[in-house]
Ligand binder design. Structure first.
Ligand code: ADP
Length: 635
């Protein structure tokens, strides 16, 4: 191995230069030179060469005396004696002085190099391992590969026992242990050990305040105790020498790694502390990784268990519309037998159009967050979309079949009752109208008759609404034709603008003269527009503004009614389209049945459209209706 240091002791300048400059330096060795034995001896002590080449005959100290002097000072590096004379006596003396090799001058370059290299390599092998750089390099290599193996292990118990295993082997210790700090009790618990009694390990708990390991936790500095200072790891557990190093992650010390010798008197060196410290760095990362993984895995299993056992279907997709998770109920609803749909595109896996739309369409024109899915077996699911920050979106599907059935029964009942009430009501109104004609009526009686008429009319409106709703919901309004929504909306707006005028409201209608037709029922579409405009006027105080807009966008027409009125509290918004629902806080002076928006919604849905509300209390409300344009079927 080049780079090693060789001392050349030779009084002849020519020979000295030849060996140093022509043989050794070109071969990569570092060379020290001395022109007499005494200087050579001094240099050997000071500079610690790896090999010495010395002439036999030199001033002050000859070659053999130099060798003896070196031996007596425990400098036992290879020693090559060179001489012009090779008498038997010289050779015998050289052998007796333990000289590594004897070479006769004139020296041959290749022979000298071979001999030098041979003895240096022998020397490397024979060096006490503890002193050699090579040992250190080997240790570091081992450490690195242990570190690599550790940081790629995710099983916490395995990581912990491998760390202890590595600590014991790297420091040649008898025992090893790894103590972790219990966050709650502040005790140190032995989590892995080597060569300790099992029972001892299981029951090992130390108060961190009054133990050696605890001190390492507190101070964050390693501890090394030699044989002259026997220490107790725990009461009655005496060790002869010991190292403890802290396990640290981002300035937080969470444990201690230790090795000790109980019987063996071998003391640990500072290099052992350095090695153990380096191992502790790798160990801390590996432990933290494994802990995080364990934690994440536990959370994942918990979530999986919750999702599997919940009756609702859950589908989670990421921002690229790939399925992150789909639980068993959702798979059953969507008829997906395949268990491995995770990672696939929604459009490749889910056939149901409503769910696909809900999961994939997030465009402004479709901020829809809820849809109903009707399966072939008539089961109905309510699918609602929620955005999951940093994950994507989730759709939750609840079986609402029984609610739908109840709703239908209720509607049928209401329709029947309404129908049956209508005839007697008509009779009441008819006879009330006749009362004045059959005889004189005093002022008080006239007042009572008016009240009867107002109430009977209110009931009639209610009944008409109910019957309308029943008819629309039941799909009796199947007769549809291409109609101009622009014309119908304009009629509604024109009819109601005087009402806004009476309240001193500003009424703005931006309705184009003509727009492409929509396929629909003219009476119902006019009713829908009028209901929304009427509400806007009704729920907007005097002096406010009501704005009606109609515009086309791609294959849709967008109708909006905005007002600057009382608004709808956020908590009420999901329910305002339900029958008889009226928002909290509506002043008593504003009369209503809570049926108008149910009728509007039913009409819109019956026409393949969507409706939603944006509202802020005390600021105003906007209802948006989107209807598809009529597309003429090709014959
Ligand atoms: P109502 O007969 O009560 O007007 P609707 O079904 O038309 O019934 O409306 C349901 C509820 O929605 C109302 O009671 C009211 O609370 C709220 N609402 C509807 N339109 C508006 C609006 N433009 N501004 C404020 N609140 C409204």
């Amino acid at each position: 191995m080049s780079g090693e240091r060789i001392l050349v002791a030779e009084d002849s300048p020519e020979v000295r230069e030849f060996i140093a400059d022509y043989v050794l330096k070109p071969a990569g060795y570092e060379v020290l030179v001395a022109d007499d034995g005494a200087i050579a001896f001094r240099l050997a002590r000071e500079k610690k060469p790896d090999l010495i080449i010395a002439d036999w005959r030199m001033p002050n100290l000859d070659g053999l005396d130099l060798k003896r002097a070196l031996t007596s000072h425990s400098i036992n590096v290879p020693f090559i004696l060179i001489s012009g004379e090779a008498t038997e006596e010289v050779i015998a003396q050289a052998a007796l002085s333990n000289v590594s090799a004897f070479l006769r001058k004139p020296l041959k370059t290749d022979v000298l190099l071979k001999v030098v290299s041979y003895h240096l390599s022998q020397q490397r092998k024979s060096l006490p391992v503890a002193d050699s750089t090579e040992k250190r390099v080997r240790e570091l290599e081992t450490l690195q590969s242990i570190g690599h193996a550790l940081t790629s292990t995710l099983d916490l118990d395995q990581v912990l026992s491998r760390v202890v295993e590595a600590a014991v082997s790297l420091t040649d210790a008898e025992e090893g242990s790894l103590l972790l700090l219990d966050e709650y009790t502040h005790e140190l618990v032995m989590r892995a050990a080597r060569n300790f009694d099992d029972q001892f390990v299981r029951t090992f708990r130390l108060r961190s305040e009054d133990s050696l390991a605890g001190e390492v936790i507190r101070t964050g500095t390693p501890m090394l105790f030699g044989p002259n200072m026997p220490q107790k790891i725990k009461t009655s557990y005496l060790v002869r020498s010991l190292i403890y190093v802290p396990l640290r992650m981002q300035n937080r010390i969470f444990g201690v790694l230790g090795v000790d010798n109980r019987i063996n008197a071998r003391t640990f060196a500072d290099t052992d502390v350095t090695t153990l410290n380096a191992l502790a760095d790798y160990a801390a990362i590996a432990i933290e990784n494994a802990r995080l993984y364990q934690h994440t895995n536990a959370e994942r299993l918990k979530l999986e268990a919750i999702l599997t056992h919940t009756g609702d279907g859950v589908i989670v997709v990421n921002d690229s519309n790939r399925i992150v998770l789909i639980n068993a109920p959702a798979r059953a609803v969507l008829n997906l037998d395949e268990n491995h749909v995770a990672g696939k595109l929604v459009t490749d896996v889910i056939i149901n159009q409503e769910v696909r739309d809900l999961l994939t369409h997030e465009s402004a024109a479709s901020p829809q967050k809820r849809t109903e899915i009707i399966l072939d077996d008539n089961r109905v699911f309510n699918a609602s979309l929620t955005s999951v920050p940093e994950v994507g979106r989730a759709v939750i599907m609840q079986d609402i079949t029984h609610l739908k059935q109840l709703d239908r029964i209720k509607s049928e009942f209401v329709t029947t009752v309404s129908h049956d009430l209508r005839s007697p009501l008509t009779a009441i109104l008819g006879y009330v109208g006749l009362l004045k004609r059959v005889g004189p009526i005093n002022a008080q009686q006239d007042e009572f008759i008016k009240r009867i008429e107002i109430s009977a009319n209110a009931i009639t409106t209610l009944i008409t609404d109910l019957l309308d709703l029943g008819r629309i919901e039941a799909g009796f309004d199947t007769q549809k034709e291409p109609v101009s929504l622009a014309r119908l909306a304009k009629h509604a707006a024109d009819g109601l603008s005087p009402k806004a005028g009476l309240k001193g409201q500003k009424f703005v209608a931006n309705i184009p003269e003509s727009l492409p037709p929509v396929l629909g029922n003219a009476i119902r579409l006019r009713q829908m527009s009028a209901n929304l405009i009427d509400n806007a006027i009704k729920y907007t105080p005097e002096g406010g503004t009501v704005t009606v807009n109609l515009l086309e966008a791609d294959d849709q027409e967008i109708f909006t009614v905005s007002d600057t009125g009382i608004g709808i509290p956020l908590a009420d918004q999901p329910y305002i389209f339900d029958k008889f629902y009226r928002a909290k806080g509506v002043p008593d002076t504003i009369q209503g049945t809570g049926l108008g928006l149910s009728i509007v919604k039913s009409i819109v849905e019956n026409h393949g459209g969507r409706i939603w509300v944006d509202s802020k209390p005390n600021q105003g409300t906007t209802f948006t209706v989107v209807l598809p344009k009529y597309v003429e079927k090709k014959k």
